[in-house]
Design a protein around this ligand. Structure first.
Ligand code: 0L1
Ligand code: MG
Length: 256
C-alpha cells in the first residue's frame, strides 16, 4: 500500500507558512497518522535547514488542560525551534508574516547535561543550566485554527516564533509559580506553572521520551519551551505583549 506523500505534505505546509496563507486540514484526506505526521514535521524542518536555518531547540505543546480544551486535542506533542523563529526580548514581530497568530506565556529551559536516551532526568539542575520566562507565538497553518492531532503535529505544533526573557539559575520549586500575560498593560491571562503537566520539569522528561521515539535527541545549549501556562490569546498589530513568571521575571515584545 502506498503511504501518505510526506514530502508533498511538508511542501504544502511549508508554503502555507511562507505565504501566510491558510490551508484546509489534510490528515484525514491523506491518511496521515501520528508517526507519519512526525515524519512530515521532520521534512518541514529539513526544508528550513536547507535554506540555512539552525535547529536551536524543542517545544512542548498542549501540556495544559486549558490548551487541550482550546484546540480539542488531548495529547502532549512536541515541535522544533529554529534560530529564525527567535525574536529578541523587547523586539518586534510583524503580524503580516503570520496567518492568525496567538501568544501564550511559557517557561523556557536552557539545556545542559542530558541523560542517555531512555533514561529519565535525574538531577534537574544537571540537565537544565538556567530558566527564563518566555512567550511563544503560535500560528496554525490550518484555516480557522482547527486541526486533528496528526494535522497539528505535521504543522510543527503551530510553532511560529518565540521570545526568551533573562535567564536565571534554576529556583527551588518551579511547580507553582504565578504567571501573567498582559497585552497593552491589561491582564489577558492569569495562571500558574502548575498548569504545565503539574510541574514544568515533567515536560522535559516527556520531551526527551516523546522526541526520542522519533530519533530526536535533545542537545546541550538548546532552548526547551516547556509549554503554556494558560490558553493562547490572539495577537493583533500594534500590541505590547508582556509575560511575567514569578521568581523568573518578565519578557516582552511588540507587534507591528
Ligand atoms: O504550543 C502549543 O501548545 C501549541 C500546540 C499546538 C496547538 C495550538 O496550535 O494551539
Ligand atoms: Mg506553546
Amino acid at each position: 500500500m502506498i503511504g501518505p506523500d510526506i514530502a508533498g505534505i511538508a511542501q504544502t505546509l511549508g508554503a502555507a507558512a511562507d505565504n501566510a496563507s491558510p490551508i484546509p486540514q489534510l490528515a484525514a484526506e491523506t491518511g496521515l497518522d501520528v508517526d507519519a505526521a512526525y515524519a512530515v514535521q521532520a521534512a518541514l524542518l529539513q526544508r528550513r535547514l536547507d535554506r540555512g536555518e539552525r535547529l536551536v531547540g524543542l517545544k512542548m505543546g498542549l501540556t495544559s488542560k486549558a490548551k487541550m480544551a482550546q484546540v480539542g486535542v488531548d495529547e502532549v506533542i512536541w515541535g522544533q525551534l529554529t534560530d529564525v523563529m527567535r525574536v529578541p526580548d523587547g523586539g518586534s514581530v510583524d503580524v503580516a508574516a503570520f496567518i492568525h497568530p496567538r501568544v501564550e506565556p511559557e517557561v523556557a529551559f536552557l539545556l545542559d547535561r542530558l541523560p542517555e536516551p531512555g533514561e529519565p532526568v535525574g538531577d534537574f539542575t544537571d540537565a537544565v543550566r538556567a530558566v527564563a520566562p518566555a512567550i511563544e507565538l503560535i500560528d496554525s497553518r490550518y484555516a480557522n485554527f482547527t486541526f486533528s492531532l496528526p494535522d497539528v503535529i505535521a504543522d510543527n505544533t503551530s510553532a511560529a516564533a518565540f521570545v526568551i526573557g533573562p535567564w536565571s539559575p534554576v529556583p527551588n520549586g518551579l511547580d507553582n509559580l504565578g504567571v501573567l500575560l498582559e497585552i497593552d498593560g491589561r491582564v489577558a491571562q492569569v495562571g500558574s506553572t502548575a498548569a504545565i503537566l503539574g510541574d514544568p520539569r515533567r515536560a522535559l522528561d516527556e520531551g526527551i521520551r516523546l522526541a526520542g521515539r522519533h530519533g530526536v535527541r535533545l542537545r546541550s545549549g538548546w532552548v526547551f519551551l516547556a509549554g503554556a501556562a494558560t490558553a493562547a490569546v490572539p495577537l493583533r498589530a500594534g500590541a505590547h505583549v508582556r509575560a511575567t513568571v514569578e521568581k523568573l521575571g518578565t519578557v516582552s515584545f511588540r507587534s507591528v
